[in-house]
Design a protein around this ligand. Structure first.
Ligand code: GSH
Length: 343
């Protein structure tokens, strides 16, 4: 039945044509002395390199030095009728990302799809089968499938197991919490989710409303960076915070996928947003937690080959090339202007 298709992001009978994201269902927390205590090797993180929400967790895992403590597996980039699936043993997936493999968790032998974990935990589960999913191997339970909460657990809850260097990494410092929360609010609604609202809209009105709001908020982020860039290369100047993590995973996908696939093409980052572009490239090229977790092959193929109602022939556009410019590279028009100005 058409109504049940996993790719029907807007319910076919919804006259507004607006995409409305559902709530994540598993909302437990890792806490000392709680049902899910911090322990090395106990939790398994399921992600997709393609997914901006899962990407948050990969970045924070690396920023906090949790690589030895929280193992992860990435699903295959191709999401089809049964949702995310695991790569098969020896399968050539494309891209260079590590840990794109069959589910390695003991007891999950033979699992082909992420949904099997959700049903193992709750046979009556009615929600979506999303990444990221943080799974407690010891109890066979899902801790959380909400990225904004998983990253906050990573900020602090494993600190006792970490060397001083990583304990000191503070992504949500008390002095900036209020500003970060305020930024999260519009960044999430208008930008992170805004690209999906634009791309999944099924009426002209819903599309135009989402795209207009998206670009207003990109302009706002650009203005913000123009000011803070005097104090340092990160969103709030001198040090990386949650605001960098949450904005990055959308902006790194913007020119590469969203501009054409989600029709967010009023402007591009590389040609029209110099401060966002500089901020983005600094994170990608200079901070391994950002650059090394970014897999353009997964990103491009996932969107263009999985969303068949937007792109029925699943053709993946070749450009833009390169997917990200070097630190000192500029688009041709900027180069031309610089040359003419003798710089
Ligand atoms: N609010 C969730 C959203 C996660 C999410 O929607 N993930 C997408 C991939 S980008 C997914 O797994 N979708 C599968 C589906 O909805 O069927 C979070 O931030 O963790």
């Amino acid at each position: 039945m058409a109504e049940d298709k996993i790719t029907n992001w807007v319910a076919p009978n919804d006259k507004t044509g607006e995409f409305k994201r559902g709530q994540s269902q598993f909302r437990n927390f890792i806490k000392k002395g709680g049902e899910f205590p911090p322990e090395a090797g106990r939790y398994h993180l399921y992600v997709s390199y393609a997914c901006p929400w899962a990407h948050r967790t990969l970045i924070v895992r690396k920023l906090k030095g949790l690589e030895e403590i929280i193992p992860f597996t990435s699903v295959h980039w191709h999401m089809q009728e049964k949702g995310w699936r695991f790569a098969e043993k020896g399968e050539v997936v494309g891209g260079e990302g590590e840990n794109v493999r069959p589910d390695p968790v003991v007891g999950h032998e033979g699992y082909k799809h992420l949904r099997e974990i959700y049903f193992q935990v709750d046979p009556e589960y009615k929600g979506r089968f999303t990444v990221p999913t943080l799974y407690d191997v010891k109890q066979g339970k899902i801790v959380s499938n909400e990225s904004s909460e998983i990253i906050r657990m990573f900020y602090t809850e494993f600190d006792d197991l970490l060397p001083e260097k990583y304990k000191k990494v503070e992504l949500f410092p008390a002095s900036l919490q209020k500003q970060i929360e305020e930024t999260n609010d519009w960044t999430y609604n208008d930008i992170n989710n805004g690209v999906y609202k634009s791309g999944f809209a099924t009426t002209q009105e819903a599309y135009e409303k989402a795209v207009t709001t998206l670009f207003k908020s990109l302009d706002r982020a650009e203005q913000h960076l123009r000011t803070t860039s005097k104090e340092g290369p990160f969103y709030f100047g001198a040090s990386i915070t949650e605001a960098d993590v949450r904005l990055y995973t959308t902006i790194i996908r913007f020119d590469v996928v969203y501009v054409q696939h989600f029709k967010t093409n009023l402007r591009t980052i590389r040609a029209d947003y110099p401060y966002l572009h500089q901020w983005l490239r600094n994170l990608y090229w200079k901070v391994p937690a950002f650059g090394e977790t970014t897999e353009f092959t997964h990103i491009k193929r996932h969107y263009t080959k999985s969303h068949t109602q937007i792109n029925p022939f699943s053709i993946t556009p070749l450009g833009p090339e390169p997917p990200i410019l070097g630190l000192d590279e500029e688009v041709a028009a900027v180069r031309f202007a610089l040359e003419r100005a003798g710089k």
